[in-house]
Design a protein around this ligand. Structure first.
Ligand code: 3UK
Length: 547
């Protein structure tokens, strides 16, 4: 049963008033001693002020293009921005603040300032257009926006004709206007006492990447942020204060927020925030900053490794120590390719916006090709059938998890789908194998049913990726009069390979030889690239739409 909530300390009760009703909450589990937090908790103060108070002020905190801030410098900048928010822009605790920008030290400082001031940070993906921004502003009733000047246009469009009406204040940064955020903050004191928030006060709203449907806002508490820092990073990642974090996921995506800001701060390490971290630019940045811990998506590891082995520019990745993959299933072929190229065993982990971060994972020593891992300490998981009954090992069913964090949608009927009987149901089909490892099958709604067989698209993708001509691929089910559905593969070939009948036959035979023959793709279509979200997820629904 849900815990009784601590009284809120926020002046604006918008978020508290829109939490799911008690009976729709996931059960929360706090069985690790380190998950007992004080009733009064501000996570920005816990991550930043406590670090400086501990004597780490002179240690490097964050780097980016032309920026190198120690923890003390970051704290001073955060305090100036927080003062401007409260004293210049009239922010009241509990107000929602839209953050818009590519990953930069300034964006990170804005996130910390909003949360330290008791505001609620709402990240937005840099590529969002006016229509999507308007949806976010309206849904979260956002009052303030801190926006990179180079991304201001779509936000202005969202406000045209009286749109996004709740948005009172928009301040730009990285611009040269006299009223830019940097200039305003420079006039403010670099001392700011953190808002005294309750551990159960919302500090962050994350909109789901939503491959389909209208966006949902997940809400997380100050305590949730600290719980995420106490579980996976401590028990699986095990980074140290000397690590240098780097990677591609946007800070608006909780994979990036945790991996590139919260987790490095929680151990006193430093982070590198770069605006464009594509497979073309990430290797050079790793070399330049001598990064040691990298966060990116499976396709990005594959693309980097392929480029290195195909005579692309040679970058020294020798500083890397730990590589984390999430967002999508990590194919065994990609794990092997990365190990062959860099000597590093990838740490795979499944997380979700609803759960805040990773809840099933395996460290380098326990990594097994094709499996995600085991529940992270602090979390429990099981596989259930459609009626919620627990299934024995070996059977495919729905993944169910619970832990110190969980799904709390902002006023959304879909809460009943994600949370059932106290368990969070992620929408993934999984099985537990004989050694207790959780093995990803597919998104539950992506299972292909062909001629009475259940076929998981990602398994066929993994088989195809092992073929030397295949750069990338995506597999879906398409309607078929005889079989209900047939397996169809969309394939991107590596340079120098011909998309023709011979290739199709070769790929089909290749799949039949490595997995059960009935799973082979009866149809293959060649594409120049696959449709992906900004976070690297394959958009299978777009493959399903007829060209
Ligand atoms: C899929 C995975 C297999 C899975 C996320 C780490 O991806 C994140 O959040 P989203 O809300 O999507 C969640 C869904 O993505 N997925 C993620 N990781 C894996 N499938 N293996 C994986 N390793 O379908 C899940 O339900 O965008 C990931 C940390 C924070 C995150 N928000």
């Amino acid at each position: 049963m849900p815990l009784p909530l601590l009284p809120s300390a926020l002046a604006d009760s918008f978020a508290r008033d829109r939490l799911p009703p008690p009976e729709q909450w996931p059960e929360l589990v706090f069985d690790l001693p380190e998950l007992r937090f004080a009733d009064q908790l501000n996570c920005a103060a816990a991550l930043l002020d406590a670090r400086v108070a501990r004597g780490d002020g002179q240690r490097l905190a964050v780097q980016g293009e032309g920026v190198r801030w120690t923890y003390a410098e970051l704290q001073a900048q955060v305090n100036r921005i927080a003062n401007e928010l409260v004293h210049g822009l009239g922010l009241v605790s509990g107000n929602r603040v839209l953050l818009r920008g590519a990953n930069t030290p300034m964006l990170a400082a804005c996130w910390l300032a909003v949360v330290k001031a008791g505001g609620i940070a709402v990240g937005s993906m840099p590529l969002l257009r006016a229509k999507e921004l308007k949806q976010i502003v309206d849904k979260a009733q956002i009052s303030h926006a801190l926006c990179d000047a180079r991304l201001a246009e779509e936000l202005q469009l969202a406000r045209a004709d009286g749109g996004a009406a709740s948005l009172r204040e928009v301040v730009l940064f990285h611009g040269d206007a006299p009223d830019a955020l940097e200039a305003r903050a420079a006039c403010r004191s670099d001392h700011f006492a953190a808002a005294t928030t309750s551990a159960d006060d919302v500090c962050l709203m994350a909109f789901t990447s939503g491959t389909t449907g209208t966006p949902k806002a997940t809400m997380h508490f100050h305590r949730d942020v600290m719980a995420a820092c106490a579980c996976w990073p401590v028990h699986v990642l095990r980074a140290t204060r000397d690590d240098v974090f780097i990677g591609s996921p946007p800070l608006a995506f909780t994979f990036g927020l945790g991996g590139l800001l919260l987790f490095p701060m929680s151990v006193g390490a430093s982070t590198v925030l770069i605006e464009k971290a594509t497979p073309d630019t990430l290797p050079a940045a790793i070399e330049r900053y001598r990064a040691t811990v990298c966060f990116t998506a499976p396709t990005s590891y594959r693309a980097i490794a392929l480029a290195l082995s195909n005579g692309g520019p040679k970058h020294d990745l020798g500083s890397l120590r730990k590589c984390v993959s999430a967002g999508e299933a990590l194919p065994a072929a990609t794990r092997k390719l990365w190990r062959d190229t860099t000597g590093i065993e990838i740490i795979d982990g499944i997380g979700s916006t609803e759960m805040l971060h990773i809840f099933i994972s395996a460290d380098e020593a326990h990594a097994r090709p094709g499996a995600t891992g085991t529940p992270v300490p602090g979390y429990r998981a099981c596989i259930v059938d459609d009626e919620g009954r627990q299934l024995p090992p070996g059977q495919v069913g729905r993944l169910a998890v619970k832990g110190p964090t969980g799904c709390k949608y902002l006023a959304d009927e879909r809460q009943r789908q994600y949370v059932q009987n106290g368990w969070n149901l992620t929408g993934d089909a999984y099985l537990i194998d004989t050694d207790g490892q959780y093995v990803y099958q597919a998104r539950t709604d992506d299972m292909i049913i062909s001629g009475g067989y259940n076929i998981a698209g990602p398994e066929v993708e993994s088989a195809l990726l092992l073929h030397p001509a295949v750069a990338e691929c995506g597999v879906i089910g398409v309607a078929d009069a005889d079989r209900g559905q047939i397996v169809k593969a969309f394939v991107v070939l590596k340079a120098g390979h011909e998309a023709d009948e011979t290739m199709t036959k070769a790929l089909q035979d290749f799949v039949k030889q490595s997995i059960a023959p009935y799973k082979y793709p009866r149809a293959i279509e060649y594409l120049a690239q696959l449709p992906r979200t900004e976070t690297g997820k394959l958009q299978r629904f777009r493959l399903r739409q007829p060209a």
